[in-house]
Design a protein around this ligand. Structure first.
Ligand code: DGL
Length: 283
């Protein structure tokens, strides 16, 4: 990695603990199909949402290093838990040492930037993993941009396992999805907008919609993250020049290739071709 030149072009890396980041990748590729992408899912060690700060930080740093080794000049942490617990340390401590000209971006800031216009009551709910809720990243970011908004969080620790284990249509899923939405709305009945603060949750969108009163708007992040990335590349031509444009997408997983292939195709809209999947190990 050290010998790599600042002018070497590479794919944009997209990282998540599992399949959730595919919802972000999908929207990014829809908007910017011309770039090359490498998606990395740490499926063998998912979920991250209930893990400690140190563990999430170490796992995320390993993934970022791997994507850098594979030549990515820019990595998107398409995971709120990793963005909440690891992004700042990686940007401020690790990046200057391992690759000062590369960049790592998260999903929380671009999501928060868009919510000011979405709410009339100025009461927003955030559904996310335990790690993201405990980190207080959403309230902290919202307070900076929209101090008049009241934000109430609800941790949904069972939702990621439901997605990862392909159980999203089960009765168990109904129970856990209804329970958390009811709890959130009991805690703040004025909520008119619910933000899905975990990239896995759009994969449960049908059920979330079913159990949420119809006047409440539900926001998934993919589109906003994709818009923000496009805008970032426009504002940073030096980074844009380092992102190769061959329209390819490679998939890496820490789990078995076959398992990833079967599940990922359920989550991606552009799967008319066989996915190229490789198993890797992170350390
Ligand atoms: N998809 C991730 C997020 O946005 C985390 C899922 C997990 O591993 O718990 O938070």
């Amino acid at each position: 990695m050290g010998k790599e030149q600042k002018t070497t072009k590479g794919a944009i890396g997209v990282f998540d603990s599992g399949y959730g980041g595919l919802t972000i990748l999908d929207k990014i590729r829809e908007k910017m199909p011309e770039y090359d992408y490498i998606y990395l899912g740490d499926n063998a060690r998912t979920p991250y949402g209930t893990r400690s700060f140190e563990v999430v930080y170490n796992f995320t740093l390993q993934a970022v290093r791997k994507l850098f080794e594979l030549g990515c000049p820019l990595v998107i942490l398409a995971c709120n838990t990793a963005s909440a617990k690891a992004l700042r340390s990686i940007q401020q401590i690790d990046l200057p040492q391992i690759a000062p000209w590369k960049r790592v971006l998260g999903v929380i800031r671009p999501t928060v930037e868009c919510i000011g216009e979405m709410t009339t009551t100025r009461h927003i709910g955030v559904l996310a993993t335990t790690g993201t809720i405990k980190s207080e990243s959403y309230p902290l970011e919202v307070r900076k941009l929209f101090p008049d908004i009241t934000i109430t969080g609800e941790a949904c620790p069972m939702w990621v396992p439901l997605v990862e284990n392909n159980e999203s249509q089960s009765e168990g899923a109904d129970y856990f999805i209804r329970q958390h939405i009811e709890r959130l709305l009991q805690n703040d009945p004025l909520i008119d907008t619910i933000l899905l603060g975990c990239t896995h949750y759009p994969l449960l969108m049908d059920k979330i919609r079913e159990f949420t009163p119809s006047h409440i708007r539900i926001i998934a992040q993919g589109e906003y993250v994709a818009e923000s990335l496009q805008d970032y590349l426009k504002r940073h031509p030096e980074m844009d020049n380092l992102c190769s444009q061959g329209g390819t997408c490679r998939f890496l997983t820490t789990e078995s290739e076959q398992k990833f292939k079967e599940s990922a195709s359920i989550f991606l809209s552009q799967t008319n071709q066989e996915l190229k999947v490789e198993t890797i190990s992170l350390e």
